[in-house]
Design a protein around this ligand. Structure first.
Ligand code: HEM
Length: 128
């Protein structure tokens, strides 16, 4: 647990950066500027997201949290899978604009859910 707080702060920094980079790419596409795909903005989010997930699993390894015990964490991981899938759809140029818009809205809703679960850690079902 020695470095837990520092790892959590880095995880949070990467989380906010990940959200910012995703929204920035959506806005660039909406503004008709798909050229970010030929710039570092194409691979920087992948590096950041890899770091985000590495830090997340480090938190699991050194902290008290378990996905099958703490509901917020289990659901956070489920929402993460949805966020990844719909996030890919939202940024795929080959998909039709309405499909990408729906994907973007679903991805953003799930991202909001991830931040909510991480921050407030609600008990979703009472199992007793
Ligand atoms: C897009 C992906 C993710 C985002 C945006 C995100 C965001 C956050 C944020 C903002 C916090 C700090 C909450 C607070 O105390 O205010 C946090 C904490 C945490 N996250 Fe994530 N996270 C993500 C993925 C993951 C994944 C995949 C895991 C587990 C495999 C995970 C495990 C944790 C743990 C264990 C904490 C520490 C909880 C605590 O000590 O209070 N996160 N996350």
């Amino acid at each position: 647990m020695e470095y837990y707080l520092q790892v959590k702060q880095l995880h949070m920094f990467c989380a906010y950066l990940s959200a910012g980079l995703f929204i920035a790419r959506l806005l660039l596409d909406m503004a008709g500027k798909p050229g970010w795909r030929q710039s570092p903005a194409r691979y920087l989010p992948h590096i950041n997201d890899s770091l985000l997930l590495t830090l997340a699993f480090t938190l699991l390894a050194i902290g008290p949290w378990q996905p099958f015990v703490h509901q917020w964490l289990g659901f956070k991981i489920l929402l993460l899978l949805g966020y990844i899938a719909f996030g890919i759809g939202a940024l795929k140029p080959s998909l039709a604009a309405p499909t990408r818009t729906v994907c973007a809205l679903l991805a953003l809703a799930q991202l909001g859910g991830i931040f909510y679960l991480a921050r407030f850690k609600p008990v979703l079902f009472s199992l007793s």
